[in-house]
Ligand binder design. Sequence first.
Ligand SMILES: [Zn+2]
Length: 63
Amino acid sequence: MDEDALYETRERVAAEINEILLHRLRNNIRFCERCGRSLPLHHRGRLCDDCYRRMRRRREGTH
Ligand SMILES: [Zn+2]
């Protein structure tokens, strides 16, 4: 067992995870509740535009 190599790998992986988490936090990424697509920054609501429009159209067409 090469312990030095293990420590090196662990540190590199930890740094990558930190990078990803920081990136997500910084961009405040959220995802559409229906299709799971990432929503644009400052997007209002829980659905992406496509799902929102589709839902509205369906609702309006029922009468
Ligand atoms: Zn969607």
